[in-house]
Design a protein around this ligand. Sequence first.
Ligand SMILES: Cc1cc2nc3c(=O)[nH]c(=O)nc-3n(C[C@H](O)[C@H](O)[C@H](O)COP(=O)(O)OP(=O)(O)OC[C@H]3O[C@@H](n4cnc5c(N)ncnc54)[C@H](O)[C@@H]3O)c2cc1C
Length: 285
Amino acid sequence: MRSDVTQYDLIAPGTLDAVLQVLADSPVRYTPIAGGTELMVALGAGRLQSKKLISLWNLEELRFIEVAPDAIILGAGSTFTDIRKHPVIAHEFSILAQAASWTGSIANQNRGTIGGNIVNASPAADSPPALLACDAELTLVSARGPRTMRYRDFHLAYKETALEPDELLYSITISRNLKGYKSYIRKVGPRNAQAISKVAIAALIRMKRNHIDDIRIGAASLREFPVRLTATEQSLIGKTITLETIAAARAAVLSEARPIDDIRSTAKYRATIAANLLEEFLRRL
Ligand SMILES: Cc1cc2nc3c(=O)[nH]c(=O)nc-3n(C[C@H](O)[C@H](O)[C@H](O)COP(=O)(O)OP(=O)(O)OC[C@H]3O[C@@H](n4cnc5c(N)ncnc54)[C@H](O)[C@@H]3O)c2cc1C
């Protein structure tokens, strides 16, 4: 049943500092709302628990994309349209630009933010596999100051993250040191557009003298949160790409994946398709 909006309270302090102060001082817990494309669905379905919302929408301190010599830094309030249209991202981080272009419809991309996608922590979300493959770093911020952590350590359990109640996700940093890496991303869903993935893989690989020198594989819908397939990566490092290597990589994915059966797919299908996707990537190389 639809929620009664009169039961909800939304404040918009207007600056990042003012938002952080409210989160630090308020005796009641406020839930941040950025683009609202997750939270408004919950509101519409009558399952938005938090009655106190604090707006991050369009805070200029959160909506930026900075290109530094060695890294690109995305404010958590950057929308998928901001990301999809950014020339440096399109050129150097095409897997992230691709993921942004898969996210819902154009209307969704105009409103949905990368911060909301990460903090919402859906195992099936589109940007996390690309961010994991890029080994992104997160900056979290509160009135106590900022702290940084690797994105791969951010998700703790289903819909549980390392964010403290008074913290916001401030930015995402991706190193530009990806020279020589080849990339792959593929999402498998019920249709090509406007689909929630059944499974998705994003990967970066660097070869040296025909051997795999580095590989990073981010996956959606293979665990209760987005993950790096580290055991599969380890099974590949130092190897040349042969049919035996591919068979071993498939086995590693099947043993590392812990997907679930749900309305979108089955665990067996998800694990098998993940192995197929990795094989597709390795064969292309
Ligand atoms: C029709 C439709 C289609 C969609 N299709 C896709 C899809 O294909 N792929 C996909 O991945 N997603 C999809 N989504 C989900 C959604 O659009 C994305 O997850 C989007 O990135 C959410 O961002 P937002 O800013 O709207 O988040 P909000 O709804 O504002 O917030 C989501 C969560 O993040 C928290 N939050 C937001 N920003 C911050 C921050 N800076 N710090 C701390 N907490 C924060 C909020 O408190 C909330 O818990 C779809 C949604 C709809 C309605």
